[in-house]
Write a protein that binds this ligand. Structure first.
Ligand code: ATP
Length: 289
Protein backbone atom coordinates (compact mmCIF):
# COMPACT_ATOMS: atom_id res chain seq x y z
CA UNK A 1 0.00 0.00 0.00
CA UNK A 2 1.20 3.54 -0.78
CA UNK A 3 1.98 6.28 1.69
CA UNK A 4 -0.91 7.82 3.60
CA UNK A 5 0.79 11.23 3.34
CA UNK A 6 3.47 12.30 0.91
CA UNK A 7 5.05 15.71 0.35
CA UNK A 8 7.45 16.21 -2.56
CA UNK A 9 9.53 19.39 -2.87
CA UNK A 10 6.77 21.55 -1.46
CA UNK A 11 7.39 25.28 -1.64
CA UNK A 12 5.57 28.35 -0.37
CA UNK A 13 6.87 31.87 -0.69
CA UNK A 14 5.94 34.78 1.53
CA UNK A 15 7.53 38.21 1.34
CA UNK A 16 10.05 37.53 4.11
CA UNK A 17 9.96 33.76 4.37
CA UNK A 18 10.19 30.77 2.07
CA UNK A 19 9.27 27.22 2.89
CA UNK A 20 11.28 25.16 0.42
CA UNK A 21 11.92 21.63 -0.75
CA UNK A 22 9.86 20.01 1.98
CA UNK A 23 9.68 16.27 1.26
CA UNK A 24 8.68 13.43 3.54
CA UNK A 25 6.34 10.44 3.72
CA UNK A 26 4.17 8.90 6.43
CA UNK A 27 2.71 5.39 6.41
CA UNK A 28 -0.30 3.84 8.11
CA UNK A 29 0.21 2.63 11.67
CA UNK A 30 2.62 5.41 12.63
CA UNK A 31 2.77 8.70 14.47
CA UNK A 32 4.96 11.47 13.04
CA UNK A 33 5.94 14.54 15.04
CA UNK A 34 6.68 17.77 13.18
CA UNK A 35 9.14 19.95 15.06
CA UNK A 36 10.99 23.20 14.57
CA UNK A 37 11.41 26.53 16.34
CA UNK A 38 8.87 29.37 16.20
CA UNK A 39 8.45 30.60 12.67
CA UNK A 40 10.11 27.53 11.09
CA UNK A 41 7.10 26.91 8.85
CA UNK A 42 5.18 24.16 10.64
CA UNK A 43 1.74 25.76 10.51
CA UNK A 44 2.37 26.84 6.92
CA UNK A 45 3.11 23.20 5.98
CA UNK A 46 -0.03 21.98 7.73
CA UNK A 47 -2.16 24.62 5.99
CA UNK A 48 -0.68 23.54 2.64
CA UNK A 49 -1.50 19.90 3.39
CA UNK A 50 -5.07 20.88 4.25
CA UNK A 51 -5.28 23.07 1.12
CA UNK A 52 -6.00 26.13 3.23
CA UNK A 53 -3.07 27.81 1.50
CA UNK A 54 -1.97 27.64 -2.12
CA UNK A 55 1.47 26.16 -2.64
CA UNK A 56 3.93 27.66 -5.12
CA UNK A 57 5.50 24.38 -6.12
CA UNK A 58 5.73 20.67 -5.29
CA UNK A 59 3.26 17.89 -4.75
CA UNK A 60 1.12 16.81 -1.81
CA UNK A 61 -0.60 13.41 -1.92
CA UNK A 62 -2.92 12.09 0.76
CA UNK A 63 -4.15 8.46 0.49
CA UNK A 64 -2.23 8.55 -2.80
CA UNK A 65 -4.49 11.34 -4.13
CA UNK A 66 -3.57 14.88 -5.09
CA UNK A 67 -4.64 17.09 -2.17
CA UNK A 68 -6.21 19.77 -4.36
CA UNK A 69 -7.86 17.69 -7.10
CA UNK A 70 -9.37 15.29 -4.57
CA UNK A 71 -9.91 17.70 -1.72
CA UNK A 72 -13.53 16.71 -1.02
CA UNK A 73 -12.87 13.00 -0.82
CA UNK A 74 -9.71 13.51 1.21
CA UNK A 75 -11.41 15.74 3.78
CA UNK A 76 -14.03 13.07 4.39
CA UNK A 77 -11.23 10.78 5.50
CA UNK A 78 -9.15 13.27 7.53
CA UNK A 79 -9.51 14.56 11.07
CA UNK A 80 -8.01 18.04 11.29
CA UNK A 81 -7.43 19.52 14.70
CA UNK A 82 -5.87 22.91 15.26
CA UNK A 83 -5.09 25.06 18.19
CA UNK A 84 -8.10 27.35 18.06
CA UNK A 85 -11.68 26.97 19.01
CA UNK A 86 -13.44 26.53 15.69
CA UNK A 87 -16.80 25.60 17.17
CA UNK A 88 -19.78 27.83 18.00
CA UNK A 89 -19.44 28.88 21.64
CA UNK A 90 -23.15 29.02 22.45
CA UNK A 91 -24.01 25.54 21.18
CA UNK A 92 -23.96 22.40 23.28
CA UNK A 93 -21.76 19.50 22.24
CA UNK A 94 -24.88 17.68 21.11
CA UNK A 95 -25.97 20.56 18.85
CA UNK A 96 -22.45 21.00 17.48
CA UNK A 97 -22.20 17.29 16.74
CA UNK A 98 -25.45 17.43 14.80
CA UNK A 99 -24.02 20.11 12.50
CA UNK A 100 -20.63 18.46 12.03
CA UNK A 101 -21.97 14.95 11.49
CA UNK A 102 -23.93 16.18 8.46
CA UNK A 103 -20.69 16.87 6.63
CA UNK A 104 -19.51 13.30 6.79
CA UNK A 105 -20.89 10.43 4.74
CA UNK A 106 -19.31 7.82 7.00
CA UNK A 107 -20.35 9.31 10.32
CA UNK A 108 -20.82 6.61 12.96
CA UNK A 109 -23.10 7.71 15.81
CA UNK A 110 -22.43 4.61 17.90
CA UNK A 111 -18.74 5.30 17.76
CA UNK A 112 -19.43 8.92 18.67
CA UNK A 113 -21.35 7.93 21.80
CA UNK A 114 -18.67 5.44 22.75
CA UNK A 115 -15.91 8.06 22.58
CA UNK A 116 -17.97 10.73 24.38
CA UNK A 117 -18.32 8.27 27.26
CA UNK A 118 -14.72 7.15 27.12
CA UNK A 119 -13.38 10.72 27.16
CA UNK A 120 -15.77 11.70 29.98
CA UNK A 121 -17.46 14.51 28.04
CA UNK A 122 -20.97 15.76 28.76
CA UNK A 123 -23.11 16.41 25.72
CA UNK A 124 -25.32 18.98 27.47
CA UNK A 125 -22.36 21.30 28.13
CA UNK A 126 -21.90 24.37 25.96
CA UNK A 127 -18.73 24.66 23.91
CA UNK A 128 -17.76 27.80 25.87
CA UNK A 129 -17.93 25.81 29.10
CA UNK A 130 -15.24 23.38 27.95
CA UNK A 131 -11.65 23.75 29.10
CA UNK A 132 -8.93 23.75 26.46
CA UNK A 133 -8.25 20.10 27.16
CA UNK A 134 -11.92 19.16 26.87
CA UNK A 135 -12.16 21.01 23.57
CA UNK A 136 -9.22 19.01 22.31
CA UNK A 137 -10.93 15.80 23.37
CA UNK A 138 -14.16 16.85 21.68
CA UNK A 139 -12.27 17.58 18.45
CA UNK A 140 -10.73 14.14 18.63
CA UNK A 141 -14.13 12.52 19.24
CA UNK A 142 -15.45 14.21 16.10
CA UNK A 143 -12.43 13.07 14.08
CA UNK A 144 -12.72 9.50 15.32
CA UNK A 145 -16.49 9.35 14.80
CA UNK A 146 -16.16 9.86 11.06
CA UNK A 147 -13.52 7.15 10.99
CA UNK A 148 -10.72 9.50 10.00
CA UNK A 149 -7.78 7.49 8.70
CA UNK A 150 -5.32 10.38 8.93
CA UNK A 151 -5.37 12.73 11.90
CA UNK A 152 -3.53 16.03 11.44
CA UNK A 153 -3.01 18.30 14.41
CA UNK A 154 -1.33 21.67 14.80
CA UNK A 155 0.18 21.84 18.29
CA UNK A 156 -2.48 19.76 20.03
CA UNK A 157 -0.67 19.55 23.36
CA UNK A 158 0.22 23.24 23.78
CA UNK A 159 -1.48 24.76 26.80
CA UNK A 160 -2.49 21.40 28.26
CA UNK A 161 -1.36 20.36 31.72
CA UNK A 162 1.02 17.38 32.05
CA UNK A 163 -1.70 15.00 33.27
CA UNK A 164 -4.01 15.85 30.40
CA UNK A 165 -1.16 15.77 27.91
CA UNK A 166 -0.21 12.34 29.04
CA UNK A 167 -3.83 11.18 28.70
CA UNK A 168 -4.02 12.65 25.20
CA UNK A 169 -0.79 10.92 24.18
CA UNK A 170 -2.18 7.59 25.42
CA UNK A 171 -5.28 8.19 23.30
CA UNK A 172 -3.10 8.88 20.25
CA UNK A 173 -1.15 5.67 20.76
CA UNK A 174 -4.41 3.80 21.13
CA UNK A 175 -5.75 5.26 17.87
CA UNK A 176 -2.93 3.86 15.73
CA UNK A 177 -3.19 0.37 17.21
CA UNK A 178 -5.40 -0.82 14.35
CA UNK A 179 -2.51 -0.04 11.93
CA UNK A 180 -4.86 1.53 9.43
CA UNK A 181 -4.58 5.05 10.77
CA UNK A 182 -1.75 7.55 10.99
CA UNK A 183 -1.22 10.73 12.97
CA UNK A 184 0.79 13.79 11.98
CA UNK A 185 1.20 16.57 14.50
CA UNK A 186 3.32 19.62 15.10
CA UNK A 187 4.60 20.43 18.55
CA UNK A 188 7.18 22.31 20.58
CA UNK A 189 7.06 19.75 23.34
CA UNK A 190 9.71 17.28 22.25
CA UNK A 191 9.34 15.09 25.34
CA UNK A 192 5.83 14.25 24.09
CA UNK A 193 7.42 12.95 20.90
CA UNK A 194 9.99 10.93 22.79
CA UNK A 195 6.97 9.15 24.26
CA UNK A 196 4.74 8.58 21.23
CA UNK A 197 6.34 9.41 17.89
CA UNK A 198 7.65 6.77 15.50
CA UNK A 199 9.02 9.35 13.08
CA UNK A 200 10.28 12.89 13.52
CA UNK A 201 10.37 15.53 10.83
CA UNK A 202 12.43 18.55 11.79
CA UNK A 203 12.38 21.86 9.91
CA UNK A 204 14.36 25.00 10.55
CA UNK A 205 13.93 28.33 8.77
CA UNK A 206 11.68 26.82 6.11
CA UNK A 207 14.07 23.98 5.27
CA UNK A 208 13.96 20.29 6.08
CA UNK A 209 16.67 19.20 8.52
CA UNK A 210 15.60 15.54 8.60
CA UNK A 211 12.64 13.21 8.44
CA UNK A 212 13.57 9.93 10.09
CA UNK A 213 12.57 7.15 12.46
CA UNK A 214 12.88 8.36 16.05
CA UNK A 215 14.95 5.35 17.11
CA UNK A 216 17.36 5.94 14.27
CA UNK A 217 17.76 9.58 15.28
CA UNK A 218 18.36 8.74 18.91
CA UNK A 219 20.96 6.12 17.86
CA UNK A 220 22.82 8.36 15.43
CA UNK A 221 22.96 11.53 17.47
CA UNK A 222 25.01 12.04 20.60
CA UNK A 223 26.32 14.79 22.83
CA UNK A 224 30.12 14.71 22.89
CA UNK A 225 31.89 16.14 25.91
CA UNK A 226 35.58 16.61 26.51
CA UNK A 227 38.40 18.98 27.33
CA UNK A 228 39.52 21.40 24.67
CA UNK A 229 42.96 19.81 24.19
CA UNK A 230 41.40 16.88 22.32
CA UNK A 231 39.48 19.20 20.03
CA UNK A 232 41.22 18.70 16.68
CA UNK A 233 39.92 19.98 13.34
CA UNK A 234 39.40 16.35 12.36
CA UNK A 235 37.13 15.77 15.37
CA UNK A 236 35.29 19.05 14.80
CA UNK A 237 34.29 17.90 11.32
CA UNK A 238 31.94 15.41 12.98
CA UNK A 239 30.05 18.08 14.89
CA UNK A 240 26.84 19.87 14.00
CA UNK A 241 27.06 22.43 16.78
CA UNK A 242 29.58 23.06 19.48
CA UNK A 243 29.68 25.22 22.58
CA UNK A 244 31.85 26.00 25.56
CA UNK A 245 31.10 24.62 28.96
CA UNK A 246 32.80 24.76 32.37
CA UNK A 247 34.94 21.69 31.67
CA UNK A 248 35.78 22.19 28.03
CA UNK A 249 33.39 21.74 25.15
CA UNK A 250 30.04 20.14 24.42
CA UNK A 251 28.97 19.27 20.88
CA UNK A 252 26.26 17.51 18.93
CA UNK A 253 27.23 14.79 16.49
CA UNK A 254 25.16 12.72 14.09
CA UNK A 255 27.96 10.16 13.98
CA UNK A 256 27.92 8.87 17.54
CA UNK A 257 28.78 5.29 16.51
CA UNK A 258 31.76 6.27 14.39
CA UNK A 259 33.21 8.47 17.14
CA UNK A 260 32.77 5.74 19.74
CA UNK A 261 34.69 3.36 17.48
CA UNK A 262 37.57 5.73 16.83
CA UNK A 263 37.96 7.47 20.15
CA UNK A 264 36.79 4.65 22.48
CA UNK A 265 37.12 5.84 26.11
CA UNK A 266 38.82 9.10 25.24
CA UNK A 267 35.54 10.83 24.52
CA UNK A 268 32.39 10.99 26.55
CA UNK A 269 29.36 10.51 24.30
CA UNK A 270 25.95 10.80 25.89
CA UNK A 271 22.51 10.25 24.44
CA UNK A 272 21.10 13.37 22.81
CA UNK A 273 17.51 14.35 23.50
CA UNK A 274 15.36 15.82 20.74
CA UNK A 275 15.70 19.16 22.53
CA UNK A 276 19.51 18.88 22.34
CA UNK A 277 19.27 18.07 18.65
CA UNK A 278 17.01 21.06 17.99
CA UNK A 279 19.06 23.49 20.08
CA UNK A 280 22.47 22.59 18.69
CA UNK A 281 21.22 22.47 15.12
CA UNK A 282 19.53 25.85 15.35
CA UNK A 283 22.29 27.64 17.25
CA UNK A 284 25.24 26.13 15.39
CA UNK A 285 28.71 26.86 16.72
CA UNK A 286 29.82 29.17 19.50
CA UNK A 287 32.20 31.67 17.95
CA UNK A 288 34.85 31.17 20.63
CA UNK A 289 35.24 27.37 20.46
N1 ATP B 1 0.11 35.16 5.65
C1 ATP B 1 1.43 35.35 5.81
N2 ATP B 1 2.06 36.34 5.15
C2 ATP B 1 3.38 36.54 5.27
N3 ATP B 1 4.19 35.78 6.05
C3 ATP B 1 3.62 34.78 6.74
C4 ATP B 1 2.21 34.52 6.66
N4 ATP B 1 1.93 33.45 7.45
C5 ATP B 1 3.09 33.08 8.01
N5 ATP B 1 4.11 33.86 7.58
C6 ATP B 1 5.54 33.75 7.97
O1 ATP B 1 5.97 32.43 7.67
C7 ATP B 1 6.89 32.00 8.66
C8 ATP B 1 6.48 30.63 9.16
O2 ATP B 1 5.30 30.72 9.93
P1 ATP B 1 4.57 29.45 10.55
O3 ATP B 1 3.36 29.96 11.26
O4 ATP B 1 4.39 28.44 9.50
O5 ATP B 1 5.67 28.93 11.58
P2 ATP B 1 5.53 27.82 12.73
O6 ATP B 1 6.69 26.92 12.57
O7 ATP B 1 4.17 27.23 12.71
O8 ATP B 1 5.72 28.73 14.02
P3 ATP B 1 5.13 28.58 15.51
O9 ATP B 1 5.86 27.43 16.12
O10 ATP B 1 5.51 29.89 16.14
O11 ATP B 1 3.65 28.37 15.39
C9 ATP B 1 6.96 33.08 9.72
O12 ATP B 1 8.13 33.85 9.48
C10 ATP B 1 5.74 33.91 9.46
O13 ATP B 1 5.97 35.26 9.79
Amino acid sequence: MGHILELKNVRKEYKDFTLKDISFTLDRGYIMGYIGPNGAGKSTTIKLIMNLLKKDDGEIRIFGLDNIKHEREIKQRIGFIYDQNHFYDELTLKQMKKIISNFYSNWDDNLYREYIKRFNLREDKKIKELSKGMQMKFSLVLALSHNAELIIMDEPTSGLDPVFRSELLDILMDIIQDENKAIFFSTHITTDLEKVADYITFINDGKLVFSKAKDEILDEYGIVKGSKDILTEELKENFIGIRDNKFGFEALTAKADKLKRIYKDNLIIERASLDDIMLFTIRGNDKNV
